[in-house]
Design a protein around this ligand. Structure first.
Ligand code: F6R
Length: 609
């Protein structure tokens, strides 16, 4: 999603803002721009495409080193094609304001009509240009920009994080948020605003998380936060970020994605630290005061949804808790009476903690009086702050747009949660809990040893299958969730069409697609479902379909490629399956010359509906 940066201080602001944008590139974007005040005028430099296009334009500007306050933006198109005229910042008709915006103003057409009637003209297709003119219009009747902003934001409905500059005082940053992330960074003699912390982490670790309905006004040496409905001052708590810039850099790897795949053993280790009571249980004090739910609703999107789907097998088998798992964009529009505050618990899973649909689902559950637990990676994110209880996954910053280590960290936390409930309900059989805990604790070391071998095999297979136009990913039981994830990874990274299916569903229609050019990637682990999976493999082979089998034992079947991996205990085998799926997609995409860390059309944090 769009990235916002704002800087006011003592340094040349344009390079600082540009650097901030580079650190937000991972969020996904298709155009970019920077704006600043210079000699009593507001200037904007914008370009379509990657930041290097913007950089070329900026290098022609002689003002670059003299300006000490600037705002910048990377745009992920929602309204209007990714062209320069739609890129941010947008400037008001009277050239008094420039604005960058992340989110969607839902009633922008209505506002635009009113402004057109008043004589305003528009040069882009964006809701942002409407908003900047609305603020400029309100400014005519207000004593200062803060008051104008308050009135304008009351009229604009939707989600936004914004940052703006006024021609009269171009050293002052104004910013506001409603359902989109915005963080304030506090330096010495300089201050920052950004959509995410890496944008300014090289300069300061001290931050304030802005809340929905707050407006920030900051110059180089001071700041104030106001409630947007009545402009009352809000006392904010400053926080210190613990992770470093190094954690957000490639560290010698070709891509962030590769680095993040290789970080997974450490991620499991960090996720388990302080959580396992050797070998008798799991420590989750965050949940000790909550009752055990009779029914669990797991709600998430994309890869996080797949982690949730995988964990439903654990909750049902280890904790005997029935699970309803739903995609957040579906859950949020369902009939509310299905939730029972006395018996249900809504568990939302989100790496970013900002995904609009997941956040909306969480809010609906809260409105219904249902207890909510959020599993999040980003500390201080909206979901983390709004859930009744947050369980942090501690995966560190995930920069690659395609999620990898975040899923592993979510699975680690979900496994702990299932054991925790199993223990509290006393439904885990004698000795089983210890076995699971030991198996979990052994994972980091075993995975660390296995990853290089997996990577080599993924590279070999990627060369063989990269020309395929379509792929099936098949699995049963907990491996169905992994099949969905494998297909998602392949399509988002390599743009090869891939479908994840429950292997048993093939005969109900999809098998019609099988021919020698439509390979299947089958996850066939050594469990009670293997005989069934084997039958599905044979059915595909009968239609001349080529097959890769990913397995943890010596399968009694002849297929095109057998990819042997270490075995985990039951569903914990997923921790070995997942990196293979990630490596395979990574290698196919890289071999085909795709932009691995920033696939086309995608954004890291999906803050629009
Ligand atoms: C896929 C991917 C997405 C995210 C989804 C949810 O690689 O990254 O499918 O998993 O957008 O994001 P979070 O977990 O931040 O809510």
């Amino acid at each position: 999603m769009c990235g916002i940066v704002g800087y006011t201080g003592h340094r040349p602001a344009i390079p600082v803002a540009f650097e901030g944008l580079e650190h937000l590139e991972y969020r996904g974007y298709d155009s970019a721009g920077i704006g600043y005040g210079f000699q009593n005028k507001l200037e904007v430099v914008r370009s379509a495409g990657k930041l290097k296009n913007l950089s070329e334009k900026i290098s022609h500007s002689t003002t670059a080193l003299t300006v000490t306050c600037a705002i910048g933006h990377t745009r992920w198109a929602t309204h209007g094609v990714p062209e320069e005229r739609n890129a941010h910042p947008h400037i008001s008709n009277d050239k008094s304001l420039i604005l960058v915006h992340n989110g969607i103003i839902e009633n922008y057409l209505e506002i635009k009509e009113n402004l057109v009637r008043k004589g305003y003209t528009f040069h882009s297709d964006t809701d942002t240009e409407v908003l900047v003119n609305l603020i400029a219009e309100e400014r005519k009747n207000q004593p200062d920009l803060l008051h104008a902003l308050r009135i304008a934001l009351q009229k604009a409905h939707g989600a936004y994080a914004i940052c703006l500059l006024e021609r009269e005082n171009p050293e002052i940053l104004y910013a506001a948020r409603m359902a989109a992330p915005l963080i304030f960074g506090i330096g010495i003699g300089e201050n920052f605003v950004a959509s995410d912390i890496p944008a300014f982490l090289s300069y300061t670790r001290n931050v304030v998380f802005l809340e929905d309905g707050e407006i920030l006004v900051a110059d180089a040496n001071s700041y104030s936060v106001y409630r947007s409905d009545d402009l009352a001052c809000v006392q904010k708590q400053e926080q210190c970020i613990q992770w470093s810039m190094q954690a957000a850099q490639k560290g010698g790897f070709r891509h962030f994605m590769l680095k993040e795949i290789f970080e997974q053993p450490q991620v499991i280790k960090d996720g388990l630290t302080g959580r396992i009571r050797e070998w008798q249980g799991v420590v989750l004090p965050e949940l000790d005061n909550l009752t055990i739910p009779r029914r669990l609703h797991i709600v998430a999107c994309g890869t996080s949804y797949h982690a949730g789907l995988w964990s439903s097998h654990l909750f049902e088998s280890w904790a005997r808790i029935p699970v309803q798992i739903e995609i957040a964009s579906e859950f949020r529009y369902k009939e509310r009476f299905l939730l029972d505050p006395a018996e249900d618990l809504v568990l939302v899973i989100s790496q970013s903690g900002e995904t609009a649909d997941t956040l909306a689902a969480l809010r609906i559950a809260r409105e219904q009086g249902v207890t909510t637990v959020g599993i999040c990676n980003v500390v201080g994110s909206s979901i983390a702050r709004e859930a009744d209880v947050v369980l942090y996954t501690q995966a560190g910053p995930e920069i690659s747009v395609a999620s990898t280590k975040a899923m592993t960290s979510q699975m680690t936390m979900l496994a702990c949660l299932a054991i925790y409930y199993g223990e509290r309900k006393q439904v885990l059989e004698e000795g089983r809990e210890e076995k699971i805990l030991r198996a979990l604790a052994d994972l980091p070391k075993r995975l660390e040893e296995a990853l290089p071998v997996m990577h080599t095999e993924a590279k070999r297979l990627s060369r063989k299958y990269a020309q395929a136009k379509s792929f099936f990913y098949l699995g049963r039981g907990h491996c169905f969730a992994l099949a969905l994830e494998g297909a998602l990874k392949l399509k988002e990274l390599s743009y090869i069409h891939a479908e994840g299916y429950a292997a048993g569903e093939m005969k109900h229609g999809p098998i019609a697609l099988i021919d020698p050019n439509f390979p299947s990637f089958v996850i066939a682990l050594n469990d009670r479902l293997y005989p069934k999976v084997k039958s599905n493999i044979v059915e595909i082979q009968a239609r001349q379909g080529h097959i890769i089998v990913l397995t943890d034992f010596n399968v009694d079947i002849k297929v095109d490629d057998i990819w042997q991996i270490p075995s985990g205990m039951g569903a914990l085998g997923a921790f070995f399956v997942l990196p293979c799926l990630q490596f395979f997609s990574y290698e196919v995409a890289d071999y085909l010359g795709k932009d691995v860390d920033q696939p086309r059309n995608l954004a890291k944090s999906v803050t629009v509906e």
